[in-house]
Design a protein around this ligand. Sequence first.
Ligand code: F6P
Length: 549
Amino acid sequence: MTSAPDAAWRALERHRTELGTISLRRLFAADPNRFARFSLVLDDLLIDLSKNLITAETLSLLVELARAAEVEAWRERMWAGERINTTEDRPVLHVALRHRGPEPVTVDGRDVMPEVRAVLERMRAFTTEVREGRWRGATGRSITDVVNLGIGGSDLGPQMVCTALAHLARPDLRVHFVSNVDGAHLAATLARLAPETTLFVVASKTFATQETMQNAASARAWLTDALGEAAVARHFVAVSTNEAAVRAFGIEPDRMFGFWDWVGGRYSLWSAIGLPIALFLGFERFEELLEGAYAMDRHFRTAPLEANAPVLLALLGIWYRDLLGFSTHAVLPYDQRLARLPAHLQQLDMESNGKRVRRDGRPVERPTGPIVWGEPGTNGQHAFFQLLHQGTEIVPCDLLAAALPDHGLEGHHDKLLANLLAQGEALAFGKDEATVRAELAAKGLSGTALEALVPHKIFPGDRPTTTILFRRLDPFTLGRLIALYEHKVFVQGVIWEIDSFDQWGVELGKELAAGILPDLAPDAVPKPRDSSTTGLIAHLRRLRAGPPG
Ligand code: F6P
């Protein structure tokens, strides 16, 4: 028997075949209202889908697929606190962290909101104390530098937000993020800091992650060498779900900010993992970020699928990945402050939807999550845009920008926006052979010289972009934007029938690294392994033993 999603997939496959070559030039020529028809406005947020390789029928068939996959029911199951992260047997409730309404959010019949609010209040009190200089270090000096020690979701989200909103921070309280177990990262950071005025936030959901625990131990040694053991109490706080491990590290529960197992690492910046954000920008700004996400949550939960921003972005991704075979997706913020957004979305999307089996263990039948990558414009234009315009891969791109800057420099922002608009236009409509010939002839070229250049100067076009514009990059807008992508990933996971909330694929490397570690010691007798790994270990040991002779 054909299931509803199967029928919807088939209809899409037929439609894709019928469409044949999709020409954006033709689609725009045929419909003068294409921009209005295919764009979405949420307050000051505009999402222009018109330069995508779709027709009205494509969208309606995609929406049917979402309906057939029961996206609405799954969305409600998430909000109801059901254990939709099946392989870890956990609810998925990051939406509770930014829930601002009076309604309860329940897990197993228990309202989690009082606990969520209690942690937020403790964050407010602590961050205010630090920012007002009332929280003193061991020698009585106030804090000037906060160092977040965390990795993955305990690093990328808060770092991205702090980078994006640094224009709202005070110059006398700086924030640093150390994630890599490569000691070069911590060493370079500590070299610029004074123990007396530094506060470490050890951020780890599990409080067991090798990188973070190593960095925390080294930071602790750096501090205690200078100020003694007793100083740890004034210079270390923890953010975790694992109270016992935090205590074992030497941080008392009154300096620990908790969260819950129903918050996935890559969805955790809204929890106490956002502590560095609140320290850097102030708690009110952090609340504005939550408000922005809450606004997107309400939109996602209430808007019809046809006009639902995360749903439409998700469906476009499905169209490109599964029907047109595009394997990557670029996020190109025309905003230097959003330089870390691609990295955050990489974890969000690729750790969530990089899956090869369905919730029930059967292999997926279609490609799942794309490779997500990106850089700010205009930098990318001078690096990899060549491939976007004339390469053999088609890369759907998101172009993002604020209408207004938050700096006072004349002459920059219009150029930035002109570039964004120009790239969208060039990617969509390209430059055809006739135009190329006419341009070369106008420059005085003819004959073989002209013929030799023509193919190189043609831009095929029909390279899709989604443009996302907003008035300013403020905490509310950023919160709304991040939540937009979170729900996009959720909807895709539902349609692909995968568990978007586990990450078993990161475990094998961790296990093997633990086994290899002792074999790197100079006097170790390495365990037998494949010849490549064995050879590499032997070579490393030789290199580390010193120069030959
Ligand atoms: O290794 C992947 C991962 O588990 C991510 O999912 C997570 O965000 C990161 O490690 C850090 O984990 P933790 O916060 O427990 O240190």
